[in-house]
Design a protein around this ligand. Structure first.
Ligand SMILES: NC(=O)c1ccc[n+]([C@@H]2O[C@H](COP(=O)([O-])OP(=O)(O)OC[C@H]3O[C@@H](n4cnc5c(N)ncnc54)[C@H](O)[C@@H]3O)[C@@H](O)[C@H]2O)c1
Ligand SMILES: O=C(O)CC[C@@H](O)C(=O)O
Length: 526
């Protein structure tokens, strides 16, 4: 078996590959995409960090490749759908660098509030600026932590040790879980109003890009300090620059950037901004942890077939996978749909299998539902191995039931998601041999293909209602690829599913919400 390590990997990991029986390892870092494409066909495994781009083009040339392993968390640089399509397992190491990154966020906050980098630079230029560089104590100040996942929870804990008042905003973790950890759960506006320091620890998702923007800065306490050691783009860089200039934001500490490296930007050069070049995970300890973890996972996979921390596959044989594959896709999409339909943190998930599932192992299918529910919230952190544990840690109870009866279809999966605010029920089945379809949402029957950019619209079933939706989208040059209409079993409402060629921008969604016969509009992404 041949392993290619194409990004810098901790020595301990490389040594493990060298010492593993039956494995040959080549370390070739910094290759241009074409050079990598030329050699990839002879490798069974590829080990990366963030520099190598595992594109569709590269995967097409990777005829022997069985596994891609990321030493670290982020998989933004891997075309996961294409890898899945080709049966290539994609793994990451979701826990090895979380302490290190949390410590970096704390270090950045302290350095910022005490002007340490500026003081160093000023001394190097022969100045002694005690008055100008006076700082602020963090004792008794309020730290707002956005995102109470692995890193956010450690940051909160360390800040408590520094005697800060820590408040948390995470709409996907129940307030009880946050209180159980000893912190106060608040809504986002409450956090903006009260926090002296704000640190973000959310994944980069459609709804977290630009989360800290002009509107958010305007709600914050004047003089707030911002820390971003999560992902570039979660804090809008040009809005941050303006907020620094206006004085609303007193300082910012950035480890990550919209474009990396950011080059010479006015933000990076701003005197009240301190920066590091994506060093959050860069400690000897974390790099050893992730290198050892990825090496162990890949060696075990190549020699024993064991799958650990795969984001795109459960631990089953190829033969079983062929049978359950369509159900895994269906379950994942149903979970993903529920995550987008449900308001408030989900407390309970009930998965019902009805009808004939002969020869199908249903436990990975349930896991796929949970993975689908959690992916829009935690992105690459959830996989087939940890989905159940992660659900449990978030206070989500999971129940499975099965019965031989199914009303409309040979078999049907129903997922009930119950949050603090509502209950949503979605049913799905497989059409033909492998085509997932959502066949019921609450009281509406339909046949929806869950893929691409979509919108779910509830409207009054009257002539003209669908026309006004089409006209609004047409006015904004948004092409409708597919439209499905579902009728309420009893009542006067319709449910309309649109698939569009491009995502529907927020302002157009707002316009659709204003239409006279439209009740609700929910944009969806699969
Ligand atoms: N700087 C670095 O080198 C470095 C290293 C590791 C991780 N990271 C980044 O740090 C971030 C956090 O990583 P993690 O391992 O703690 O992730 P995690 O998945 O464990 O936690 C993310 C948390 O964010 C919450 N969340 C999702 N959407 C939210 C929203 N709109 N508002 C508030 N909370 C929301 C989720 O519920 C979850 O609890 C990620 O962006 C990750 O990529 C950066
Ligand atoms: O490999 C790195 O240094 C980036 C680490 C981090 O952003 C991750 O996603 O794990």
């Amino acid at each position: 078996m041949k392993v290619l390590v194409s990004d810098n990997l901790g020595e301990d990991g490389i040594r493990m590959f060298q010492e593993a029986a039956g494995i040959d390892v080549d370390v070739k870092t910094g290759l241009e995409p074409d050079a990598l494409k030329e050699i990839i066909a002879s490798y069974d495994a590829l080990v990366i960090r963030s520099a190598t781009k595992v594109t569709k083009d590269l995967l097409q040339a990777a005829s022997k490749l069985k596994v891609v392993g990321r030493a670290g968390i982020g998989l933004d640089n891997v075309d996961i759908p294409e890898a899945t399509q080709r049966g290539i397992v994609v793994m990451n190491t979701p826990t090895g660098n979380v302490i290190t990154t949390a410590e970096h966020a704390i270090a950045m906050m302290l350095s910022l509030t005490r002007n340490i980098p500026t003081g160093t630079a000023s001394l190097r230029q022969g100045r002694w600026e005690k008055k100008k560089l006076q700082g602020r104590e963090i004792f008794n100040k309020t730290l707002g932590v956005i995102g109470f996942g692995k890193i956010g929870a450690i940051v909160a804990d360390r800040a408590r040790g520094l005697r800060m008042n820590v408040i948390i905003h995470d709409p996907f973790v129940t307030p009880e879980q946050i209180q159980k950890a000893g912190f106060e759960s608040v809504d986002l506006d409450g956090l903006y109003e009260r926090a002296d320091y704000i640190t973000v620890h959310v994944p980069k998702l459609k709804n977290t890009i630009g989360m800290l923007n002009k509107a958010a800065f305007e709600k914050m306490k004047p003089g707030v300090m911002i820390v971003n050691c999560a992902r570039g783009g979660i804090v809008d860089e040009s809005d941050l620059y303006e907020a620094l200039e206006s004085g609303r934001v007193a300082g910012a500490a950035l480890d990550v950037f919209e474009t990396e490296p950011p080059g010479k930007s006015p933000l990076v050069e701003h005197e009240r901004v301190i920066c590091t070049p994506h060093l959050g995970a860069s400690t000897r300890e974390a790099q050893t942890n992730v290198a050892v973890a990825v090496a162990r996972q890949i060696i075990d996979f190549l020699t024993e077939g064991t799958v650990v921390n795969a984001v795109n596959m459960p631990s089953v044989t190829g033969e079983v996978l062929e049978k359950i594959g369509p159900y895994l896709t269906l379950a994942d999409r149903m979970g993903c749909l529920q995550a987008q339909l449900v308001r408030g943190p989900i407390k309970e998930v009930v998965i019902e299998f009805c009808g004939d599932f002969k020869g199908i192992d249903l436990s990975p299918v349930s896991t796929a539902v949970l993975k689908g529910i959690l992916t829009p919230v935690v992105k690459d952190d959830v996989n087939f191995v940890n989905a159940h544990v992660m659900a449990q840690q978030r206070g989500i109870t999971v129940t499975e039931t099965s019965s031989a009866e199914s009303d409309y279809y040979v078999n049907q999966i129903t997922v009930r998601a119950i949050s603090t605010e509502m209950e949503s029920v979605v049913s799905g089945t497989i059409f033909g041999k492998k085509d997932p379809r959502i066949v019921k949402i609450d009281k509406f029957r339909l046949e929806m293909i869950p893929e691409g950019h979509m919108a779910l619209i509830q409207n009054i079933d009257k002539p003209g209602s669908i026309g006004e939706i089409g006209t609004t989208l047409g006015q904004h040059q948004i092409n409708i690829g597919r439209m499905q209409v579902g009728q309420e079993e009893e009542g006067d409402r319709n449910i309309v599913f649109l698939t569009t060629d491009t995502p529907i921008p927020e302002d157009v969604v707002e316009k659709m919400r204003q239409l006279s016969l439209v009740k609700t509009v929910t944009p969806l992404e699969f």
